[in-house]
Design a protein around this ligand. Structure first.
Ligand code: HBI
Ligand code: FE
Length: 442
């Protein structure tokens, strides 16, 4: 059991403490009401206590766990709904054991004496997650759009009906794709589309010299040789996927646009990268408010051909499986500052491995600018990132970046952080079956 979260406060999102909220209350939450896909975990209990406003009362309350030998696995607090005036806090406590156990009943009895209010919430629930490779067909079909981060009016293709039609056509291909299909459908790109690629490809490549980690440049050279990367050709997802399968076992699954954080990260656990297949609008070849094939192929794809870097994505993916809703944004933030905007030291120099840097002219220039008003760089610190840096900008360059010492350093730090995710089970990826194994029944 884990008690390493004791004393920390986790209420940065409105979904705080869903894990501790009773099933019927959860269904009242409209966001959750649509989502019936929860597993129940049976040998844990959650309670919410509003403690009396007395000195040392929290200490005393925690002492009761010791007294009855009950293992506290999660604690968070937030200002009480019921006792606003007295500035009381509600404490959400998860612990092992059920109300059927004598020590748990005694514990609750003692706690209620020092509380203004105590609610027993029942067992925490675990969001549904794919465990079988083909479960991935159940996700990735819904994409986020306007109002979920992308402002339609900002979109260069907003008024171009022809562009929108083309996008819908490519989205339809992705929607039809199933995991057992032999091939990712090929797209015959138009001259206009190839023109956008042609504008970006050589220019980005020039930027990579001395700025991208060596593993990236090595992969890119190989991909020019084996899977269609060239100035005048937009590579096909199928060819890249086959190449990645042969190198690292990663594969590409086409997707119509931005997925939810949970679905996108869940795919990574299976070594599946959800990739868009359309290209940005030709009126602004150096700008896109959303992922497109240039971002996916010039930013991400080469890193998935390198086991060491690809593993970082999978670790975050595995951590996202069944991760509590209130915790998930932390993984999204960690993903952002590593896989998207990460840098790594190489022979004493900072080099980029993040796809958001490598696929953006503006970001590459800014990140490696020698001018006075340059970004700040901090050593990679996953907990610091996840807890305190969720408010990163999505439509301008990053004010600061996190730099790892090496891929081993990144690996160790991400692994340690992911191991601390409060989940009542562990997951493993089975390389042979491509399924996820869970170490207990949920
Ligand atoms: N969906 N298709 C797609 N591509 C992404 O890069 C992506 C996503 N959904 C969510 C997401 N990235 C970020 O929220 C990550 O933090 C998970
Ligand atoms: Fe990305």
């Amino acid at each position: 059991s884990s008690t390493h979260h004791v004393g920390k406060r986790f209420f940065t999102t409105s979904q705080t403490a869903q894990a501790a909220v009773p099933a019927d209350t959860m269904r009242d939450n409209s966001e959750i009401a649509e989502d019936q896909r929860y597993f129940e975990v049976n040998d844990k209990t959650g309670i919410i206590v509003t403690l009396k406003d007395e000195k040392g009362v929290l200490n005393k309350a925690l002492g009761v766990f010791d007294k009855y030998g009950v293992c506290l696995s999660h604690i968070e607090s937030k200002p009480s709904k019921f006792y606003k005036k007295s500035k009381a806090y509600d404490f959400y406590l998860d612990f092992e054991g059920s109300f059927d156990d004598e020590p748990v009943r005694n514990l609750i009895s003692d706690l209620s004496k020092m509380s203004k209010h105590l609610t027993i919430c029942g067992t925490p629930e675990v969001p549904w997650f794919p465990t079988n490779f083909y479960d991935l067909d159940k996700i990735g079909k819904e994409t986020l759009s306007e109002g979920d981060g992308i402002q339609e009016a900002d979109h260069p293709g907003f008024r171009d009906e022809e562009y929108k039609k083309r996008r819908n056509f490519i989205t339809e291909l992705a929607l039809k794709y199933q995991m057992y299909d032999k091939e990712v459908p090929r797209v015959e790109y138009t001259d206009t589309e190839v023109g956008v690629w042609q504008h970006c490809y050589p220019k980005l490549k020039k930027h990579y010299v001395g700025r991208a980690v060596k593993e990236f440049n090595e992969s890119l050279a190989q991909m020019e040789k084996y899977c269609g990367f060239a100035e005048d050709n937009i590579p096909q997802l199928e060819d890249i996927s086959q190449y990645l399968i042969s190198k690292t076992g990663w594969r590409i699954r086409p997707v119509g646009g931005l997925l939810s954080q949970r679905e996108f990260l869940n795919g990574l656990a299976f070594k599946v990268f959800h990739s868009t297949q359309y290209i940005r609008h030709h009126s602004a070849p150096e700008y896109t408010p959303e992922p497109d094939i240039i971002h996916e192929l010039m930013g991400h794809a080469p890193m998935f051909a390198n086991k060491h870097y690809a593993d970082l994505s999978q670790m975050i993916g595995l951590a996202s499986l069944g991760c509590p809703d209130h915790y998930l944004p932390r993984l999204g933030t960690l993903y952002w500052f590593t896989i998207e905007f990460g840098l790594c030291m190489e022979e004493g120099e900072r080099k980029a491995y993040g796809a958001g840097i490598l696929s953006s002219f503006g970001e590459l220039d800014w990140c490696f600018s020698q001018e006075e008003k340059a970004p700040k760089f901090f050593p990679l610190d996953c907990e610091e990132i996840a807890e305190n840096h969720g408010d990163f900008p999505i439509s301008s360059v990053q004010p600061y970046y996190f730099v790892s010492e090496s891929w081993e350093d990144a690996r160790k730090k991400i692994r340690d952080y992911c191991d601390a995710i409060p989940r009542p089970f562990n997951v493993f990826y089975n390389e042979k079956t491509q399924n996820i194994e869970v170490d207990r029944k949920i």
